[in-house]
Design a protein around this ligand. Structure first.
Ligand code: AMP
Ligand code: MG
Length: 269
């Protein structure tokens, strides 16, 4: 699969209406084949994570942003099903607490960045501070408009200090969101995922699209690229996300650490 086609080139305008949400580009198989391939890739992620953890030098940060029902939780479940929980952390960023609001917006985020040997996943992130915050005017534009630059600087610092960053935007159509919301309303096992307020956010679809486009255009960098993943088909969405994570981990040249000197051939008894 040609992953660069999903990658947003730095400082390029993004028109989300021109990007497909339902495509299966780059994969010739059907849904069953796609799922099987994703399961294989999840095993590979688990294997790579064991080396990452053992080596304890590299760090991976995976940032997920999407409209509601875009599939952030499902991607985490699909990709991390096999990994050792000790080397993985998932941070969920919800409405900030009073204490968090009393600080700068990166304060709550930074401490969840991965340590050496860890994979950290941000389920929502500091990007909410240029998304929901911009859409709802939670702070004045003159404040949030400066944040793209801060965020690029923050991520550059993390990258310079040895963190590999990938950011996935799950590109969902409003039609598919309606289908998923309806399921959440109708299926008792999914009620918990739906809040009435989700409809207020949905009503602001265009404002969110503008905010997502600005985010993608202004914060996709060499050191922390955004990938736009077509998200209307869940199996294809998971597959592309898994391919991106595997190819990124493979690019790190991970291997198990060498034995201590003198260990070779040592017999315990
Ligand atoms: P969910 O992910 O469905 O549990 O929803 C979490 C909610 O928290 C979403 O509506 C987000 O937009 C909101 N949220 C996350 N970060 C922020 C933030 N920095 N400021 C305001 N709302 C936020
Ligand atoms: Mg929600």
């Amino acid at each position: 699969m040609q992953l660069t086609s999903f990658r947003v080139k730095p400082t390029t305008a993004v028109d989300l209406d021109a990007v497909p949400t339902r495509s299966t580009d780059g994969f010739s198989g059907d849904k069953a084949a796609g799922r099987a391939r994703t399961a294989e890739l999840a095993l590979r992620i688990a294997e790579l994570q064991r080396m990452l953890f053992a080596g304890a030098t590299e760090r991976l940060l995976l940032v997920l942003q999407a409209p509601d029902a875009g599939g952030k939780d499902a991607i985490i479940a699909a990709l991390l099903s096999g990994v050792n929980p000790q080397g993985t952390r998932v941070a969920n960023f919800k409405q900030p607490s009073d204490e968090e609001l009393a600080h700068d917006y990166l304060w709550r985020v930074h401490r969840h960045a991965p340590a050496k040997g860890e994979i950290a996943v941000f389920n929502r992130s500091h990007y909410e501070d240029v998304l929901v915050v911009a859409v709802h005017d939670l702070v004045p534009e003159r404040i949030w408009s400066r944040r793209y630059e801060h965020i690029n600087g923050f991520e550059k610092m993390l990258a310079d200090e040895g963190t590999t960053i990938i950011k996935l935007f799950l590109h969902l159509s409003p039609e598919e969101q309606a289908v998923r919301f309806q399921e959440r309303i109708d299926d008792p096992t999914k009620h918990w995922k739906f809040r009435r307020g989700d409809l207020d956010e949905r009503a602001r679809w265009t404002d969110y699209r503008v905010a997502f486009e600005a985010m993608l255009a202004r914060t996709s960098t060499e050191w922390a690229p955004w990938y736009i993943i077509p998200a209307d088909r869940t199996w294809y969405r998971n597959l592309v996300a898994a391919e991106i994570v595997v190819s990124t981990l493979e690019s790190l040249g991970l291997r198990y650490p060498d034995p201590e000197p003198g260990l070779e051939g040592l017999k315990i008894r």
